[in-house]
Design a protein around this ligand. Sequence first.
Ligand SMILES: Cc1cc2nc3c(=O)[nH]c(=O)nc-3n(C[C@H](O)[C@H](O)[C@H](O)COP(=O)(O)OP(=O)(O)OC[C@H]3O[C@@H](n4cnc5c(N)ncnc54)[C@H](O)[C@@H]3O)c2cc1C
Length: 360
Amino acid sequence: MSTTAVIGGGIAGLVAAWEISRHGQQVALLEAAPRVGGVIATEQVAGFLMEGGPDSFLAGRPEMMSLCAELGLAAELIGQRSRRVLIYDGQRLVELPPGKAAEVLELSTGGGEAGDAFSLRGGLGVVVDALAARLAGRIRTGARVVAVMRAGAGFRLMLEPAEPVEADAVILAVPAPAASGLVRHLDRELATTLADCAYGSSATISLAYPREAVRHPLDAAGLVIPRGVARAVVACTFASSKFAGRAPAGSVLLRAFVGRYGDASLLDADDAALVAAVEGELEPLLGLAAPADRWQVFRWPAAIPRYDDAHRARVGWIRERAAAADVLLAGAAYDGIGLSDCVASAKVAGSAALGAASVR
Ligand SMILES: Cc1cc2nc3c(=O)[nH]c(=O)nc-3n(C[C@H](O)[C@H](O)[C@H](O)COP(=O)(O)OP(=O)(O)OC[C@H]3O[C@@H](n4cnc5c(N)ncnc54)[C@H](O)[C@@H]3O)c2cc1C
């Protein structure tokens, strides 16, 4: 039976691998980090549920909803409690017209992203855990692939520091700069063009307070801050207002988003300095009476793709060249950064691998 190697164990790699394995084909998922999930990072800390990466998906696209249903997680879905988003106009917080947050945050969406946000009672990590459980025995963590080479009709994957892995087909579910390094022996021009895809760096800072330490009513899902108004904070989710079960009774959880595209300098600061800068900017907006009881910083260097005007044409070209090299692509680098976009791209790549296996 033919084996497909999926490189990268974020949501895209996990879904692509599951798509293949549930149709009875062999798959090996190789993930460089010690854990799968990629930028999905859910942590339970002293009764707080902190999302280090994404915290929700939008119902305007069906893929994440369907995935949760397929994984038997439909009963775990929870909806956003408040749809209000506030914007700081330089003087005060005012209500932002619905659907405008992504625009203010300058995020690249794949289109069609709208509607209420959903998560799961136990956070998005529940989806990662469910996929990992279904792929038990087929996932290798701590397995960094450094190059993909041709080997007869198939491929040889060079791993650091482990022995090479042979595969009949390959799905690259890694960020574009990583994909660039992997394909350099297959197609140098493809590698160069993948390296042209721009990425932004960011950090999220989860801040936990006793309820009485925050004077603002927190009667919204969060706030956004337009470019040029604040130095550190780009947005702040009122995590315990947005979703149930994010903070113990009598406490609140905020989540600040730091790092604007083109200005990641603040991310060089150490954790304590970053927290101080964030609290300094939130204090006049939310009325913080004391520093956070506990905080957690999650750093995401070069993790969010930034699609420029040439992106669509570049991706068309990349997909053609990758197809000519028999390599399949999935993930946020190509057709949208939202979780549903990533799931959609993974299902397409998984199906293509199945189709190729059936004629092999
Ligand atoms: C802070 C933040 C907040 C976000 N918020 C939202 C949100 O609320 N809603 C939403 O829909 N989207 C959100 N997004 C976007 C969305 O989460 C991502 O686009 C999506 O999770 C990316 O998944 P992926 O599988 O493509 O990539 P990743 O999650 O980046 O996974 C790629 C994996 O490949 C591995 N890898 C890299 N190189 C190699 C190698 N050489 N060998 C082996 N493995 C390798 C990495 O370790 C990683 O695990 C957010 C993103 C970030 C960073």
